[in-house]
Design a binder for this molecule. Structure first.
Ligand SMILES: O=C[C@H](O)[C@H](O)[C@H](O)COP(=O)(O)O
Length: 227
């Protein structure tokens, strides 16, 4: 089984958590894609009434193309369950997200959800966070100044760019600065520092957020309850 097979495995498994009448937060990324496709099939097969709340334009386009009814987070009281991917999950169930630049809407949706379920292949599990570059979403105005501040902190920042060197723009028209930290000793301290920087919109540390994790292994999916 390759990594993509493992993503498909957990994506399909995740829809077992969805039942009739639920409002579901739909995350972003290559693993979530499998879940959204499986959800569309389940809705048709079991004649379910489901409302989706998306976390990116990418997922909105996919869900719409598959006929899943959508509402904005502002139109609903709460989200029953959000299913999302992750870039890194530490042994104490903290996470890094935003590899697909969707961290801001993902965090808003996660914070308005009663329960958060993450679906990952086994490669995403790690002892400590930080090997995966930590994404920080910043407004374009003043972003060079924030970049310099991150350099001075030895955060090894890089602006995320596309192939031609243009800076990536998020769905909210912001930039992403990736911090190449290797190991984050105190994620809570770092999260606090980042939130205090003027011009930082959000960062990819998702702390004390996830409740349940489905991990794809070659011998099948395994479920971990975080809290
Ligand atoms: O911004 C993107 C999200 O945080 C994704 O959920 C995360 O990057 C994992 O994506 P994938 O399932 O494609 O590895």
């Amino acid at each position: 089984m390759n990594q993509d097979d493992l993503k498909a495995l957990v994506g399909k498994k995740a829809v077992d958590w969805i039942s009739d009448g639920m409002t579901i937060g739909l995350g972003t990324g290559s693993t979530v894609r499998y879940m959204v496709e499986a959800l569309a099939e389940k809705i048709k097969k079991e004649h379910l009434t489901i409302t989706g709340v998306v976390t990116s334009k990418e997922t909105a386009n996919l869900a719409t193309s598959l006929g899943i009814p959508l509402k904005s987070v502002d139109e609903i009281d709460y989200i029953d369950l959000t299913i999302d991917g992750a870039d890194e999950i530490s042994s104490d169930f903290q996470g890094i997200k935003g590899g697909g630049a969707a961290l801001l809407f993902e965090k808003i949706v996660a914070k308005n959800s009663k329960k958060n379920l993450w679906i990952v292949d086994q490669s995403k599990l790690t002892k400590d966070l930080g090997n995966f570059p930590l994404p920080v979403e910043v407004i374009p105005y003043g972003s060079e100044k924030i970049f310099e501040r991150f350099e001075a902190q030895n955060f090894a920042p890089t602006f995320r760019t596309v192939e031609d060197g243009t800076k990536v723009k998020t769905d909210s028209e912001n930039y992403i600065i990736d911090l190449h930290l290797k190991k984050i000793d105190d994620p809570f301290k770092l999260a606090k520092y980042l939130k205090q920087q003027i011009g930082v919109v959000e960062h990819g540390l998702f702390l004390d957020t996830v409740n349940t994790i489905i991990v794809g292994y070659p011998d099948g999916p395994k479920i971990f309850e975080a809290r």
